[in-house]
Design a binder for this molecule. Structure first.
Ligand code: SF4
Length: 252
């Protein structure tokens, strides 16, 4: 059972004493698992508020649209209460998710460096990234695993918003950088080939295909098709294990 540190979708706005050192946080929970890409690793999820995209299939919009500013000290206090230093040492991963973590990268760089100083070591850090903003070197140095998820036409975001070749190229050059695509039909694969592979922005071994699915039933609907495409094209497949396990429940 996960431990909730900050509950998603709060109905109030809290005030902070030092707006300079704050992160806009939508929810924070630990003692769960990573559900996508490197599935099964014990994980703590820090979900930031706001996103650059507005995907039609987004299953966390109602979480990341809300949130509050938390001072670094408040976050450290909450993390201490959940015994996260010990859990990180034992191998629980910190997953920065959203919304768009890179949108708050300046503050995240500051926050993560303070966390490392406080804890005396760096936990393994993954980032979920919609791949539309250029990451700064300070952030790149801190991230162990980039779970990039560029959006396709099926997200219904305008192309100029969701497709950023220069940023994709930079992300593809990073160590341990993956590109998860939400797929529901053959046309989606054709688009990946045309816009990402034929343009040499990313390479096949960085691709992870994930069935569209904000619910267990939706995931089941597309699973077989996406699995078939992945096997046929020799690229990786990932389910969304948190959906398989907990369906639409959030904060788990
Ligand atoms: S990029 Fe991710 S978090 Fe943002 S709207 Fe799309 S699915 Fe939701």
């Amino acid at each position: 059972m996960s431990t909730i540190i900050i509950e998603g979708n709060p109905k109030f706005k809290k005030s902070v004493t030092d707006p300079g050192q704050t992160l806009e946080i939508a929810e924070f929970f630990c003692d769960t698992i990573q559900g996508e890409n490197f599935i099964g690793w014990p994980a703590a999820f820090l979900r930031v508020q706001h996103c650059t995209q507005s995907c039609i299939f987004c299953d966390t919009t109602e979480i990341w649209r809300h949130g509050n500013p938390y001072s670094f000290d408040e976050l450290f206090d909450l993390m201490d209460q959940a015994d996260l230093q010990r859990k990180f040492r034992k191998g629980q991963r910190l997953v920065l998710t959203g919304g768009s973590p890179v949108q708050q990268q300046d503050k995240l760089i500051f926050f993560l460096n303070e966390l490392i100083l406080r804890y005396g070591f760096k936990p393994y850090i993954e980032i979920e990234n919609e791949a539309t903003l250029m990451p700064k070197e300070g952030l790149i140095e801190l991230i162990d695993c980039w779970n990039n998820s560029p959006k396709l036409k099926n997200s219904y975001n305008p192309r100029d918003f969701r497709y950023q070749p220069d940023i994709l190229k930079k992300l593809a050059s990073l160590k341990n950088s993956w590109f998860k695509f939400v797929v529901s039909c053959e046309e989606d694969w054709e688009e990946i080939k045309k816009d990402f592979l034929d343009t040499h922005l990313i390479i096949e071994s960085q691709i992870v295909l994930m069935p569209l699915g904000a619910s267990r039933s939706e995931l089941e609907k597309y699973r077989e098709l996406v699995l078939d495409i992945a096997i046929r094209e020799n690229v990786r497949y990932s389910t969304r294990e948190h959906i398989v396990l907990w369906d639409k429940k959030t904060g788990v």
